[in-house]
Design a protein around this ligand. Structure first.
Ligand SMILES: [Zn+2]
Length: 252
């Protein structure tokens, strides 16, 4: 089973080859990733396949410790948060919820990686994955803590006493990263914000649909709590984003 701390709305998972860290599907960063309860993913795990968490989905990143010394410093530095122990090295992956997910590597003077911050466009193995019969296990069974990316960067800088090297290549933006943006848009813009400028009375339980004339003026139902709408006349409906697309003429 995928740990409950990660099995949440908008988190995404990747099919990984059995006994390996290699993703099975090519487009795992964009389209070939799954919700935790997707039957295809469930079936994959049932057949013994490994599973990776798509880091930065839902704003969750993983701090991957590569040495015992780095792990000690990380565990002292960060607030207690959900942590997984890796199968191969037995070192910690600390999961954090952050506002602006990022990738970073902290290296020693010889260029060996001490800490790898896994953010957009990465995946990291989680239970029930296994490598050489060694399981990934939960070492801190607590909730994922929120730390702002600004605070996290300054904590890492303080602990490791050097600038964090940002990964050079442009960070890819997986689809799910956009889903998080969409979630933010939905928090800010309500259905009534789009309908009021069109002269629609949004306070009536049933009101005029903006897309056609109607005799009753009562074909449009809006659920303000769920932020969904439906017209019983033209059968258009959806959330605030589909409404926007209909108003803009992108949907007919
Ligand atoms: Zn209508």
């Amino acid at each position: 089973m995928i740990p409950s701390q990660l099995a949440r709305p908008y988190t995404r998972f990747v099919k990984i080859e059995k006994n390996s860290k290699r993703p099975v599907e090519q487009n795992w960063q964009s389209t070939a990733n799954y919700a935790h309860d997707d039957p295809a993913l469930q079936e994959w795990m049932k057949r013994g396949g490994n599973v990776g968490f798509l880091t930065s989905s839902r704003g969750i990143i993983a701090i991957d410790c590569d040495t015992l010394e780095a792990e000690k410093r990380i565990l002292e530095l960060l607030p207690p948060s959900f942590t997984i122990k890796s199968a191969t090295k037995g070192l910690s992956h600390v999961y954090l919820d952050t506002d602006e997910p990022f990738n970073a590597k902290i290296k020693d003077e010889q260029g060996n990686t001490l800490v790898d911050v896994q953010g957009p466009g990465k995946q990291i193995l989680i239970p029930p994955s296994r490598i050489n019969d060694q399981p990934y296990t939960i070492s801190r069974k607590i909730e994922i803590m929120h730390v702002s990316s600004h605070e996290l960067k300054s904590l890492l800088n303080k602990a490791f006493g050097k600038q964090i090297q940002k990964n050079k290549k442009n960070e890819p933006r997986p689809l799910i990263y956009e889903s998080r943006l969409i979630r933010r848009v939905k928090e800010k813009i309500k259905i009534s914000d789009l309908l009021i400028p069109l002269g629609i009375d949004v306070h009536k339980p049933r009101t005029q649909c903006p897309f056609h004339p109607s005799q009753s003026g009562a074909c449009l139902a809006i659920d303000h709590e769920k932020q969904i709408w439906h017209c019983f006349n033209c059968q258009r409906g959806g959330d605030v984003i589909t409404l926007y697309k209909y108003i803009r003429g992108e949907l007919k």
